[in-house]
Design a protein around this ligand. Structure first.
Ligand code: ZN
Length: 125
């Protein structure tokens, strides 16, 4: 299920020492590679890891692609400062990565477009 992005985490985190120690509400701890301790002595882009959401499977069986399955998830780099949340989509060897702030209105528009195509049975004239 796709949820809209939330900017605030309503649940206080225990032992919170800074932004780097906070997991976003959507973070799946079993997939999270964020390592705030790696940033204690200064930012290291190769060591911070990332918060990762649970994957959403994309069934592409009817999409006329050579690959039948894809996966989508949210990702946020772990750094001492706030980082943008990205939507990542992996289909075969191709990976799409775009800011959630830009992806949300895009998918809202696509959802509205697709909703307009979902004609109730028998409504065609
Ligand atoms: Zn996390």
């Amino acid at each position: 299920m796709i949820r809209t992005q939330e900017h605030n985490d309503p649940q206080p985190q225990p032992a919170q020492t800074g932004r780097a120690d906070r997991h976003p509400a959507w973070c799946d701890r079993t997939r999270c590679t964020a390592d705030p301790a790696s940033q204690a002595d200064g930012f290291r882009s190769d060591a911070g890891g990332e918060h990762r959401s649970a994957p959403i499977p994309l069934n592409l069986t009817t999409a006329m692609l050579p690959v039948r399955d894809g996966t989508a998830w949210l990702s946020e780099a772990c750094a001492p400062w706030p980082c943008a949340v990205f939507l990542r989509v992996q289909v075969g060897d191709v990976e799409l990565s775009m800011s959630a702030d830009y992806a949300a209105p895009l998918f809202d528009a696509l959802s509205a477009l697709l909703a307009s195509a979902a004609t109730p049975e028998g409504a065609n004239r």
